[in-house]
Design a protein around this ligand. Structure first.
Ligand code: ADP
Ligand code: MG
Length: 414
């Protein structure tokens, strides 16, 4: 299958070719023709499957012809949960739209100073990428006119619901033209998402690619049992000294521990920095740029801040703390193994987190093998007994390539 067969216009095909993509990903092959036909869609596909281009290319297709009505308001609106994702989607719009004349893409997110944002909006916009809260703010002060809107995209709709944007979404959608096309993307189509779609989409076609539960076979997952935080720090230090680590994202549970771990690594000589929601936008942007440019080797981040990070050099994801939600585990490990590469995801797990390992294993239907590093063995080498009857993870107990540890067995040394 090639991009040429999907019905995309020449300027878009030209930009896609310049990007270096040779064929559409499966979700793109399914979504693009239906979106071009004008249908409403609700789509689930795993992280890293190419959903951005799946909605952006057909949306851009509309912008290859001028709008009948004059005006400054956007013709395409993409709602996203976080600033980082907004930056990424904005960049994608610019990349895929570079052969379309006079295309203006604007990003409106919280934390950005109002005067600059107001100026951007005044200059007119074709594609608006926004987080719901700030957009609603700007709509209420009359700075965004959605009368010309043709396409509404909800990207990472599951995450927007998780983050409490439901009311904002309702308020925004109530004020966009009923004639619009709506495209909803989510990692999973769980009941809350289907309900949201029921209220916002018209006779949508439902496209379910492999969901977040899919095996991430291109990502090697393993875990190390840790006695305490000091042990976690020693394990982390050891893991990061491996020359096989090109770049790593280390996830912590809190902003404070992100700062602490980043400082500690920095003191040990690693090119490391923190990324979390308490940092101002300028600092966040600079940190992400440093990661993109390879000047930063280790990013220590919280879940929300790391959402949507797409840096091909990230070879390793390390869970310093396990996420509270199993979905977040899948999103975290999806930060590595981008664009067809392989990746490694390592979790450092203390006794308090054992139960959470089981929740994650049930969610992904995969057992995460335990590995031991010589010299850094944990005092307690087995999992705490789960309460109640034994609950084996539902996945195959062994799915690793030969030579890798299987299931719950321990491998000595490395
Ligand atoms: P998702 O939103 O599904 O998590 P993204 O849209 O962020 O995934 O895409 C993941 C990565 O795949 C990006 O680096 C993107 O540039 C790359 N990508 C997207 N489409 C293609 C394609 N057709 N061929 C090769 N790489 C692609
Ligand atoms: Mg995405």
């Amino acid at each position: 299958m090639t991009f040429d067969s999907l019905g995309l216009a020449a300027p878009i095909l030209q930009a896609v070719a310049a990007t270096g993509y040779t064929e559409p990903t499966p979700v793109q092959a399914r979504v693009i023709p239906e979106a071009l036909a004008g249908r409403d869609l609700m789509v689930s596909a795993q992280t890293g499957s190419g959903k951005t281009a799946a909605f952006m290319l057909p949306a851009l297709q509309r912008l290859t012809v001028p709008h009948a009505a004059h005006g400054r308001g956007p013709r395409v609106l993409v709602l996203v949960p976080t600033r980082e994702l907004s930056a990424q989607v904005t960049k994608a719009a610019e990349t895929y739209g570079r052969a379309i004349a006079r295309l203006r893409t604007v990003s409106i997110v919280g934390g950005m100073p109002y005067p600059a944002q107001n100026r951007l909006l005044q200059m007119g916009v074709d594609i608006l990428v926004a987080t719901p809260g700030r957009l609603l703010d700007q709509m209420q002060s009359g700075r965004v006119d959605l009368a010309r809107l043709e396409v509404l995209v909800l990207d990472e709709a599951d995450r927007m619901l998780d983050m409490g944007f439901k009311d904002d979404l309702d308020a925004i959608v109530a004020r966009v033209p009923a004639s619009r096309q709506t495209l909803l993307f989510s990692a999973t189509l769980d009941p809350a998402i289907v309900k949201l779609a029921g209220a916002m989409l018209r006779e949508p076609s439902r496209i379910e690619m492999q969901t977040a539960r899919t095996r991430h076979d291109h990502i090697e997952q393993r875990l190390h049992l840790a006695d305490d935080q000091g042990h976690k720090n020693r394990l982390l230090d050891h893991l990061l000294r491996d020359t096989g680590v090109n770049q790593a994202i280390v996830f912590t549970a809190t902003k404070r521990s992100a700062d602490e771990v980043a400082l500690d690594l920095h003191a040990k000589g690693f090119a490391a920095a923190a990324l979390h929601g308490d940092m101002n936008q300028g600092a966040r942007t600079r940190t992400l740029q440093a990661l993109h440019r390879g000047r930063l080797r280790v990013l220590v981040a919280t879940d929300v801040a790391a959402r949507g990070i797409d840096v091909h050099g990230v070879s390793h994801v390390i869970n310093y703390d396990l996420p509270r939600q199993a979905e977040d585990y899948v999103h975290r490990i999806g930060r590595t193994g981008r664009a067809g590469r392989s990746g490694t995801a390592i979790s450092l797990v203390n006794a308090r987190e054992h139960a959470q390992v089981r929740v994650i294993e049930r969610f992904t239907a995969q057992a995460i093998p335990v590995t031991v590093i010589e010299g850094l063995e944990p005092r307690v080498r087995s999992f705490a007994k789960p309460a109640g009857p034994s609950r084996r993870p539902p996945g195959r107990s062994s799915g690793r390539p030969s030579g890798k540890p299987a299931g719950r067995s321990f491998r000595q040394g490395r």
